[in-house]
Design a binder for this molecule. Structure first.
Ligand code: RIB
Length: 280
């Protein structure tokens, strides 16, 4: 199987994760377990997941010159991600504050820090088969990436308004149901909606063309499952796998990613996903 090249443009965060029985409601305080420090950020997660799945991956991100930045980059290097284009800045590395409940559901607040300083000047993006980006970096970075990529996939997460011209340049837009409220999917050639435990659908110009149901699993932590889904879909897209097969592979990869704590705690390899699909 060939190994496509994927450029990931996005955030790198330290995830400070606390498990609790139930997520707090607005204005409520709940007690949780001990805090765990884990690697995260949608960009870092998607780069790590794509590398685990066998792609050649380069990350375009911005982290601090602090210990947290060193730590995140060393973990990505260990996975084989090329981090030579990652920008270092005096600003603190991004941090995500994450609560995870007994059912694996989560709440996340991100302090972007160094992520806000990502700049793609002098970085060639047309060398990648696919560029994959998310919305935890500036709109200007996303617009530039869409303009300069041969094939651009946008994970419209978190939910923020996206320039319609940038959306029109996307080969595929991937979003969950909440994020999809911030754009008109009927104006997009290809949009993939992730439905959590219910799976995912592929819409073409707003019309459903494929649907895959997720397997029944007992999730430990759903943080990062969407990132694994996006990385798996981008890999399949780069390999020119038929759309239904790509969706099925991505749903399986995203589901398997929920089986351990942490965004990068249970990222499957391509073989693990294929073996799981063969058994399903
Ligand atoms: O998608 C999950 C990620 O969102 C977490 O790792 C956190 O850092 C936030 O960026």
């Amino acid at each position: 199987m060939p190994s496509p090249s994927i450029g990931v443009v996005g955030s790198c965060n330290v995830d400070l994760v606390v498990r609790c029985a139930d997520l707090p409601r607005r204005g409520e305080t709940v007690l949780g377990e001990d805090v765990v420090r884990l690697p995260g950020g949608k960009g870092g997660n998607q780069a790590a997941a794509a590398a685990r799945l066998g792609a050649r991956v380069s990350l375009m991100a911005s982290v601090g010159t602090d210990e947290a930045g060193d730590w995140l980059l060393s973990l990505l290097r260990e996975l084989g991600v090329d981090v030579t284009s990652v920008h270092r800045t005096a600003r603190a590395t991004g941090t995500a504050f994450i609560a995870v409940d007994h059912a694996g559901e989560n709440q996340i607040v991100v302090a972007p820090g160094a992520n806000a300083e990502l700049d793609l000047a002098n970085i060639g993006l047309d060398r990648f088969d696919v560029v994959l980006a998310q919305m935890e970096v500036s709109q200007a970075v996303i617009d530039a990436a869409a303009l300069r990529s041969r094939s651009f996939i946008l994970n419209a997460a978190p939910a923020v308004p996206v320039d319609p011209e940038t959306l029109a340049r996307c080969a595929v837009v991937i979003a969950n149901e909440v994020e999809a409220e911030s754009f008109d999917s009927s104006k997009l050639e290809h949009c993939v909606l992730t439905l959590g435990a219910r799976g995912a659908v592929h819409l073409q110009r707003g019309r459903e063309v494929d649907r895959v149901t997720a397997p029944t699993l007992e999730p430990v932590d759903t943080v990062g499952a969407g990132d694994v889904f996006c990385a798996a879909y981008a890999l399949q897209y780069a390999l020119r796998v038929p759309a239904y097969q790509a969706l099925r592979f991505a749903v399986a990869a995203g589901s398997l990613a929920t089986l351990a704590l942490g965004a990068q705690g249970a990222m499957p390899t391509r073989t693990e996903v294929e073996q799981w699909l063969a058994r399903a």
